[in-house]
Structures are given as C-alpha cells and as structure tokens.
Design a protein around this ligand. Structure first.
Ligand code: 2M8
Length: 426
C-alpha cells in the first residue's frame, strides 16, 4: 500500500471518529447505535489519541462517570433519548439519573488506558488522567470477581450474551435454549430497520435477550443475586482473557504511577486467571472453549472467543497451538479472523458474530501475537484487515470469504483500530 493511500485511509478514519463524536462520548455509528457503548468507547479512545489526546481521555472518563456504586461499568450509557434503538432505558429500568443498561461488557479499559498512557505525548496529562482512572478500573475488576465468580474459580461468567459483545455467537446456542421465549412483553425491534435483518440476530434470540433483561429487572438489578438467578451463565475464554490482560496491564500501569496496592491486587488476579484458563483448553478443537456453568458442561464450539487468549501470557505450547489454529482458519477463508470456524456447519458468513470478521477482534489478536513474538501471523491479520478497509470501507463487520462489508457503516471502532494497523504497517 502506498504512503498516499495510507494517508487517505487515516484521514477517512479520523473523519469517522469526528462524525460519530457527540462531544463527551462517541456513538458506535449513527442510527443503529445512538448511545455510548462500553468496549466501543475504550477502543475508540485509542484511535482518538492519534488526533487529540485530551479527547481520548475524556471518552474513557465519560464512561467511568457512569460506573455503578457496586463497581460495575454498564454496557450502554443512554446519554440522550433516542427511540431509534431497542431496548431503550425504559426496558432496562435501572433507575439511574442518566439511564444505563444493567449489564456490563468486555473489560478492555485496563488494556486501553495502559495503551493511551504508553502512546501519550503529553505525559503530565496522561499521568493525571490515568491516576484518576486506575482505582476505578481496579474497582470494576474487583466487581467481576465478587459478582461473577461466586465459587472462586478465578474465571468470571457472563449472564447475558450482550455482555460478551459477541451477541449471537454459536457458543451460546445450547445454553440459550434454557432461556424462555414466552412471557416477554411485546416489543418492536429497531436494529432490523437500520441493518439487513439477514445479518442480524433472529427474533427468537431477541426474545431471549429481552427475557433475560426483564428477569434481571424484576430482581432489581441486584448483582448480589443476578449470577445465581440467571439461567444463562457462560465462562467465555475470550472475555476472561480480556479481563486477565486488563488486570496485567493495570498492574504495570499502577506500578509506573506508584500505586503499589492496585498493582499487587491486579497482578495476583492476572496470575490466578491465567492458571485457571487451562481448564478451558480443548484438545480436539486445539483451542480454548466456553464452559456452561449453569449446565456444568463444556461448550463444544470453535469460535474466536477461544483464540482471544493469545492476548495473555500463555504457556508456549498453548500459544503455538492457537497460531496453528489461526493458520488453519486462514486456509478456509480469505480474510482472517472469522468469528467462527468456516468448516463448522453452523458457520454463517454474514450473520454478525456467527462467522464474520471484526477488526476489533483482529486488533486484539494481533496485539497478543506481537507481544509474544508471532509477528508473521500478526502481519497476516493486519494485512487482511487493511485490505478489508481498502475494498469495503469502515464497516461494522465483514464476510470473511468475500470481504463484503456488513452491518452498520462508518463504524467508529473499526476506524480507531485501522489507525493502529496503519501505525504498525508504517
Ligand atoms: C453489538 O451489540 C449491541 C448490544 O449491546 C446490539 O446489537 O444492539 C455488539 O457487536 C457489541 O459487541 C457492540 O459493543 C455493540 C455496539 O457496537 O453492538
């Protein structure tokens, strides 16, 4: 790719961040997602720091201004009413001054804030902002182990697929059967008015998403009871890897800032989580897999969640195996990394998290690969990502076989990740 082309792509990415900027937070895309999403914002801040460091810190600050008293950081903050999205604040009923959802999302904040700090040109600004955020991220991490790991396994469970961020992954299919579809208050979906319904979750899946929301709402969003009361409890290796990596990064950052207690606590969490991750290894699929805690059974499903542990300091034998897996996936599609194995009969190339490639996932995976020295595979994934952008624009996700852009357009976190890919390719 020529220098001129790279500059054009960078400028386009910066334009998208600006278009979706609402002053103190950024929406994932106009129309389809009109509020602030948790992991979108943290990853977006990394892109924003290329153009305006102060604005990048503000993005994360705004999210943490809505942290719950118990430590949870909600998955959506409904800053302004907008009936273009369902389910809105009235369905969540969390009863907060600025309404939020009542569940969380992958905790990338520790990872992202460390990255913002490392990238910062204005070190005194970075120090001040990081010092303020570090204890709050630590509190969120503590919340996870208190609320989502009652038996002290050192692995946390999700209680709603939206928490994973991989909303309709094949990983949840069997466990989701236990979530009723009856008794849900009638509703009108809005997502299918913005995006192709064939690329979105099904009606049955939406019924179950909403059943869980109404169930948790009936329990007053009390995190002391939600985990045990949920028929859906999944231990996702991808989600746990993100938490472990964020704990490790927060520990390093806290050390640099002289916050020894935070550093120690998070180092311990990362070490314990890393050891526990081994229980999710599956020899026949040659990758990590989910564990269905409510059914007390492993989930035999080869999704990208099981590859995300490359983000953490795995034993070499495991990371070698995951690189082998990535290489095999590269043989069965044109654009790494598919969210599900294309050879599986349930693979669906265009349906959201059941097959398509997502650039945020590519970013996280290639970051982990580079950190542990697998540069060739990292380069392959970064090149595929830039090719997708070059031919398909800044989409929400892409068909990994044809490269066709799917879902929302002018997508914020896609743009932010591209800035990082361009830097690495420079
Ligand atoms: C998607 O999820 C939301 C619900 O949170 C939705 O479909 O309505 C997911 O891709 C999620 O990972 C992402 O954070 C969100 C906003 O981009 O959209």
């Amino acid at each position: 790719m020529t220098e001129q082309k790279r500059q054009e792509i960078f400028d386009e990415a910066a334009k998208i961040l600006k278009i979706n900027d609402r002053g103190t937070y950024t929406v994932p895309t106009h129309g389809l997602y009109p509020f602030q999403w948790n992991w979108d914002s943290c990853l977006t801040a990394i892109g924003q720091s290329y153009v305006d460091e102060n604005r990048a810190w503000l993005e994360v600050d705004t999210l943490f201004a809505h942290q719950w008293e118990d430590g949870m950081v909600p998955h959506i903050v409904f800053h302004q009413l907008d009936d273009g999205y369902f389910p809105g604040p009235d369905i969540w009923g969390t009863n907060r001054k600025v309404p939020t959802s009542g569940i969380t999302q992958p905790p990338v904040a520790g990872f992202a804030v460390k990255r913002l700090f490392d990238m910062a040109k204005d070190k005194s600004l970075a120090r001040a902002r990081a010092l303020d955020l570090v204890p709050r991220i630590d509190q969120w991490h503590e919340w996870f182990y208190n609320s989502r790991d009652p038996a002290n396994t050192q692995l946390v469970a999700l209680i709603h697929p939206w928490e994973a961020g991989r909303d309709n992954s094949i990983d949840w299919d069997d466990a989701f059967e236990r979530v009723p579809t009856e008794g849900v208050t009638p509703y009108t979906r809005r997502d299918t008015q913005h995006a192709d319904p064939a690329h979105r979750p099904t009606k049955e899946q939406y019924d179950r998403y909403i059943w869980l929301v109404e169930h948790f709402r009936s329990l007053g969003w009390n995190n002391k009871v939600l985990h045990d009361a949920s028929p859906f409890q999944i231990v996702d290796p991808g989600f746990n890897a993100i938490l472990i990596r964020s704990c490790a990064d927060l520990a390093e950052l806290a050390d640099e800032l002289g916050e020894a207690d935070v550093a120690d606590r998070n180092r311990q969490r990362a070490a314990a989580g890393l050891a526990a991750m081994e229980s999710l290894w599956n020899d026949s699929l040659n990758q990590y897999i989910c564990f269905d805690r409510a059914a007390n059974a492993p989930v035999d499903s080869a999704s990208v969640g099981g590859l995300l542990p490359v983000l953490i300091a795995l034993p070499k034998q495991r990371s070698d195996a995951l690189v082998e897996r990535l290489s095999a996936l590269g043989d069965s599609c044109n654009y790494l990394v598919p969210s599900h194995d294309p050879l599986d009969k349930k693979f669906d190339a265009k349906r959201y998290w059941r097959g398509p490639s997502w650039l945020i996932i590519n970013y996280l995976i290639s970051d982990g690969l580079r950190k542990s020295g697998y540069n060739d595979m990292a380069l392959k994934i970064e090149a595929a990502s830039l090719e997708l952008i070059n031919t398909g624009g800044f989409a929400e996700y892409y068909d990994p076989i044809t490269g066709e852009p799917c879902g929302g357009e002018s997508f914020t976190w896609t743009a932010a990740m591209v800035m990082e890919f361009l830097r690495r390719a420079a």
